[in-house]
Design a protein around this ligand. Structure first.
Ligand code: HEM
Length: 195
């Protein structure tokens, strides 16, 4: 029998469902970001931060207008700008607008999960950056403790089953955020290849 619109999702908790739905997109993004910049030397790391800033600026803007206070992750663009300044790089222009059309149940939650969950990957990238840069490269963004704190609070909300409507909305938004990031990374990769 088809699942009723508002029954809880039967496929595990919301976090598991979001990870499963976006696993391929995350792998693609990881690959594309390493190809676009990576962080093997100072200039690569600066380009990685430029990409992060360009992609996150419109996402933070969307969150500010569409998410309730408890689903607004701490802003990362000011931290990225600080790291870029320390590397003598200017803040790049933002990527084009991010939009979800009409905001629906679960959208803010899905977007918050992607942005906050990325702090897990950032933790391992920070360890590499510290090693490669001999502890001299700035890591205000990659090492942001406030984002990890937000992530821990969000876990309580996503490590349980969600209503189907909310789970579907969150999955849709999470996929859109990954697609947005991937488009920015692919643009950066193509620009790098033609320079
Ligand atoms: C080069 C780029 C990236 C690498 C190497 C990377 C690496 C990782 C790693 C190792 C994890 C698992 C960490 C753990 O379970 O402890 C992870 C999880 C995650 N990353 Fe990334 N990541 C990258 C980029 C991104 C970006 C740009 C985003 C989003 C904007 C993102 C979103 C996430 C999310 C949502 C999770 C899962 C959170 C969860 O477990 O619920 N990642 N990443």
């Amino acid at each position: 029998m088809a699942r009723g619109k508002d029954e809880t999702a039967a496929d595990g908790d919301l976090r598991t469902r979001l990870r499963a739905a976006t696993m391929a997109a995350h792998d693609l993004l990881d690959h594309s970001m390493q190809a676009a910049s990576g962080w093997q030397n100072r200039d690569d790391y600066a380009r990685f931060l430029e990409l992060q800033h360009a992609a996150r600026a419109p996402l933070e803007d969307w969150i500010e207008h569409h998410a309730p206070a408890e689903l607004r992750p701490p802003l990362q663009t000011p931290l990225i700008a600080r790291d870029l300044a320390a590397l003598d790089h200017a803040v790049p222009p933002p990527a084009p607008l991010f939009t979800m059309g009409r905001t629906a149940t679960g959208h803010a939650l899905g977007a918050a999960w992607v942005l906050a969950g990325s702090a897990l990957g950032n933790r391992s990238i920070a360890a590499q950056v510290k090693r490669i840069g001999g502890g001299k490269w700035p890591v205000a963004f990659l090492g942001d403790a406030a984002m990890l704190g937000f992530w821990q609070r969000l876990r309580e909300r996503i490590e349980q089953q969600a209503q189907e409507t909310e789970a579907a909305g969150a999955t849709c938004a999470a996929s859109a955020v990954f697609a947005h990031f991937l488009a920015v990374a692919e643009d950066a990769r193509t620009e790098g290849a033609t320079q």
